[in-house]
Design a protein around this ligand. Structure first.
Ligand SMILES: Cc1ncc(COP(=O)(O)O)c(C=O)c1O
Length: 360
């Protein structure tokens, strides 16, 4: 389907005093068409499995990824954590990359909820290879936590929206699953990999036992993520979702926004990728650098000089441009559904003229 221009409505119009908000692709607001779809949703009590719109969303996504079943959940964090809960036991080992969202930004949930031991592999670029994983997996030895799961993240947020090479994933998947170890993908932005590479979502998901995807990021829905996998895993996740308080009632109102986002906002992600590349290639400043390939919609800028990352965030904020600090010496920008090319030009201008201000 050809990319469509989203129609703006009142909630979508920008406050004039503000603001170009590139802190995240989660800051988008529902378009008029999306709100209409939400208003028209046919709903039921999803804890009883009665919400036809939720059921449709789950069926559509399971089919898109060629997996047996799917479960709609409130957030990407819950989706990842349900994958761990459903496929590991307390005391198991889970191997993942050192910058993984599951490790860095989910509030220590793997330790608290699943009681697993994380082994984090440091890489230069966020791309973990099979030899890295093989070296990290515990031997089958009474002294060690049993190796139970390997997690990847595609695209990799902490590595600047990197796309993981699919051949490496396929090869790793074979080795991991041959050993009876579960293979989970945090695919919060797998949509972006799909659009950027042209690989189908089913191909991208094929090596994995479970995949988590978010609607509330680039796709522009207000709430929701989904966990897909085999029927037995999703059945276990369903029970854990209830345990964590994630059983929602007439939630088809939200699922309708997600269905709408799949129909209207998927192919347009290409536009966000182009904005990100424009930003990265237009950056021209002695103290600022983008030192990762810009594969998708995330741009991480390295800022030279102690405390200069905070200074840059504050400087941009004073111009009505919001970005986030992303670890020491790093600032992250993400163009999204509400970002125009004009916004990107303004941000570039502000970045490129910052040296003068900073060196005054
Ligand atoms: C790669 C990745 N996984 C998971 C999440 C968690 O999603 P949520 O904020 O919906 O919990 C995020 C959020 O930014 C993310 O970037």
């Amino acid at each position: 389907m050809a990319p469509q221009k989203p129609q703006l409505n009142k909630t979508h119009q920008r406050d004039k005093t503000l603001q170009i908000d590139m802190r995240s692709d989660t800051v988008t607001r529902p378009t008029a068409g999306m709100q209409q779809a939400m208003m028209e949703a046919i709903v039921g009590d999803d804890v009883f499995g009665d919400d036809p719109t939720v059921n449709r969303l789950q069926d559509v996504v399971a089919e898109l990824l060629a997996k047996e079943a799917a479960l709609y959940v409130p957030s990407g964090t819950m989706s990842n954590q349900l994958a761990l809960l459903a496929q590991t036991n307390r005391g198991d080992q889970v191997v993942l990359e050192d910058g993984a969202h599951i490790y860095r930004y989910e509030a220590g949930a793997p330790a608290v909820l699943s009681g697993v031991q994380l082994s984090c592999v440091k890489t230069a670029d966020g791309i973990m290879t099979w030899p890295d994983v093989e070296a990290a997996l515990n031997p089958d030895n009474i002294h060690c936590a049993p190796a139970a799961m390997v997690c990847l993240e595609n695209t990799h947020n902490g590595a600047g929206g990197r796309i993981l090479p699919q051949e490496g994933i396929v090869a790793m998947g074979k080795e991991v699953r041959r050993r009876g170890i579960r293979f989970h993908l945090d695919g919060a932005r797998l949509w972006h990999t799909h659009v950027a590479t042209g690989l189908s979502l089913a191909e991208l998901a094929q090596p994995f036992d479970s995949v988590s995807l978010c609607f509330s990021k680039g796709l522009g829905a207000p709430v929701g993520s989904i966990l897909v996998g085999d029927r037995a895993t999703i059945k276990r996740a369903y029970r854990f979702r209830k345990m964590l308080g994630g059983g929602m009632r007439q939630v088809g109102i939200l699922a309708a926004a997600c269905l709408y986002s799949l129909d209207h906002h998927l192919t347009r992600l290409q536009e966000d990728h182009e904005h990100a590349r424009y930003l990265a290639t237009g950056l021209d400043h002695p103290a600022l650098a983008v030192d990762h390939p810009v594969d998708t919609n995330i741009v991480i800028i390295s800022v030279a000089g102690p405390g200069q990352d905070d200074a840059l965030v504050a400087h941009l904020a004073s111009l009505g441009i919001l970005v986030v600090g992303f670890g020491p010496g790093r600032v992250r920008l993400i163009p999204h559904l509400d970002t125009t090319r004009d916004d990107v030009r303004k941000v570039l201008q502000a970045l490129n003229s910052w040296s003068a201000a900073a060196n005054d």
